[in-house]
Design a binder for this molecule. Structure first.
Ligand SMILES: O=P(O)(O)OC[C@H]1O[C@H](O)[C@H](O)[C@@H](O)[C@@H]1O
Length: 529
């Protein structure tokens, strides 16, 4: 197509949300003229399914759960008055608690004021808070935020070392919907140890966000933590950023959570529109479907031209891949669905992988995110009449054109700024697009059965380690190979796992296992020290 024809196509398909100053441009997707018409029956089905979901249907059939994240931004739409009240009461409680913390009414054990927040969580209990904190945070925020989002010992040490003596002024939020996630439990225990090492009582610095009656809920109550905020079974982890999971950290950081909610609410309103061409979430889902033939054949590359949106791709990775990456469809047929998501930011990536995007394997489509506002205040000129921000736009348009010339398709989202309102809108847009896409390809977007397998297998490894260390203690000074030890504990077929566990224990001197090299690495001998 010529530039003129593209301009026509741009105007024809431009999807605008005036209330948010938001546009979605699909002109650089080469879908045929009749594509949207052909998809109409499935789109109608997707709109119907979404309406039923918002009205409180059991839209997550495997777990027999309602899916209510949209009610978090519009409590009046929740199907039961009790739910509405829980949502509004929780937002009010978050405001009141954060105010008390900022004013020093809720204060730490041995300092005047809380100045830091340490968030302990993983997956949906960390990615949303991380995105919001990084996108909207400033050096002037009343509280700075750090994260424990793994069970990496060195990761814990690094964050604690950065906090140093300021741990005394740090409020720790332990966030877990289920309240039983091991990485988060470990992070909590490691944080507790950090406070104790400084002569501080963890419970006087700790707040939980979790489901009522969970392990974490009971623990927090028993230990007399400062406070607990609720999570509900009708909010999925990866869509929980507009619940206490995302709102509490953001409000403590000093961010405008009402604007975040308003942005999401306005996008929700725009994405209830039943004309797909006027509904950015429906159009987005249709473009994903077109790009990957409804089979996820093309990866979604997220390229925000703004440093503050760097974590968007990581956030969307969970939202999209955990929702859409499914073995079976709603009828139990094996479909192995999904869309792979990756990305970082432009123009930085132009100096990294954009080479492959332009010339290499054609297995992707790009989503450009354009932010109109350059910065707070004015910009200097880096060349006569040209600012750094002009360069950023130039690189976006240049890369988009260079890709299009080589038949590489792209979508462009344009937003006015990176504000709480805009971020809320982007989050809501993708939540809804994922929901629509799931109906287009007939899968349940709201469960994650595949995640459990890895967790169970990890449990088996730790149980094996218990047997192994008991056996090593029994064998005392006698050094034995992994083969021998696997046979000793009655698990000869698990010899590789036995070897890996021994190798790890021996590499960490405090674990009491000594390794004597053998003719090959796997013939090494191990004994208790
Ligand atoms: O919030 P939690 O219950 O601790 O769960 C944290 C994460 O754990 C699991 O692995 C799920 O797959 C994620 O969807 C979830 O966000």
């Amino acid at each position: 197509m010529t530039e003129r024809e593209l301009w026509e196509r741009y105007q024809r398909y431009l999807c605008v949300v005036p209330a948010l100053d938001f546009t979605l441009d699909v002109s650089r997707m080469r879908f045929p003229a009749d594509y949207l018409e052909r998809m109409r029956p499935r789109v109608v089905e997707a709109f119907d399914a979404m309406e039923a979901l918002e009205q409180g249907a059991i839209s997550n059939p495997d777990e027999q759960r309602k899916v209510g994240h949209y009610w978090l931004r519009a409590p009046e739409r929740a199907p039961e008055p009790a739910l509405q009240k829980e949502v509004t009461d929780t937002v009010a409680a978050i405001h009141a608690f954060a105010k008390d913390v900022h004013e020093g009414k809720v204060k730490p054990q041995k300092a005047q004021r809380f100045t830091h927040v340490l968030i302990v969580g993983i997956g949906g209990s960390a990615l949303g808070p991380q995105l919001v904190a990084d996108a909207l945070g400033t050096a002037k925020d009343p509280m700075q935020v750090s994260f424990f989002d793994n069970t990496d010992p060195d990761g814990f040490d690094r964050v604690l070392a950065q906090l140093g003596g300021r741990l005394a002024e740090t409020l720790t939020l332990v966030i877990s919907k289920s309240g039983g996630t091991k990485e988060t439990r470990n992070g909590m225990l490691e944080a507790e140890r950090g406070y104790s090492a400084q002569g501080l009582d963890f419970s006087k610095h700790a707040v939980a966000v979790t489901g009522a009656g969970s392990e974490l809920d009971s623990h927090a109550k028993k230990q007399g933590w400062l406070r607990t905020f609720p999570m509900w079974d009708w909010v999925g982890g990866r869509t929980s950023v507009t619940s206490a999971v995302g709102l509490l950290p953001a409000r403590l950081q000093g961010l405008d959570i009402d604007a975040l909610l308003k942005g999401a609410r306005d996008m929700d309103a725009a994405t209830r529109e039943r004309d797909a061409l006027k509904n950015p979430a429906a159009l987005l889902a249709l473009m994903w479907h077109y790009a990957g033939d409804g089979r996820g054949h093309k990866d979604m590359v997220i390229l925000p031209y703004k440093d503050r949106l760097l974590l968007m791709s990581r956030y969307l990775q969970q939202l999209v891949m955990e929702s859409l990456g499914k073995e079976t469809d709603l009828d139990g047929q094996v479909v192995n669905q999904g869309i792979a998501v990756y990305g970082n930011k432009g123009s930085t990536d132009q100096h990294a992988y954009v080479q492959q995007l332009r010339e290499g394997v054609l297995n992707f489509f790009v989503t450009f995110i354009e932010v109109l506002k350059d910065r707070e205040g004015g910009s200097q000129e880096v060349e006569p009449g040209v600012t750094s921000g002009d360069y950023l736009l130039g690189f976006l348009l240049g890369t988009r054109r260079a890709l299009y010339e080589k038949d590489r398709e792209s979508l462009t989202l344009t937003v006015p700024d990176v504000s709480a309102r805009t971020l809320g809108a982007l989050i809501a847009l993708y939540e809804r697009a994922v929901g629509f896409y799931a109906t287009l390809v007939h899968i349940n977007a709201y469960h994650q059965p595949g995640v459990e397998a890895g967790k169970k297998a990890a449990g088996v490894v730790l149980a094996l380690q218990g047997k192994l260390t008991a056996r090593l203690r029994e064998a005392r000074a006698e050094a034995r190979t992994a083969e021998q030890l696997a046979a000793d504990i009655g698990m000869p077929d698990e010899v590789e796992t036995v070897f890996k566990v021994l190798q790890h224990l021996a590499a960490n001197p405090d674990r009491g296992v000594e390794r004597t090299p053998g003719a090959t690495p796997t013939q090494a001998r191990f004994r208790a020290k």
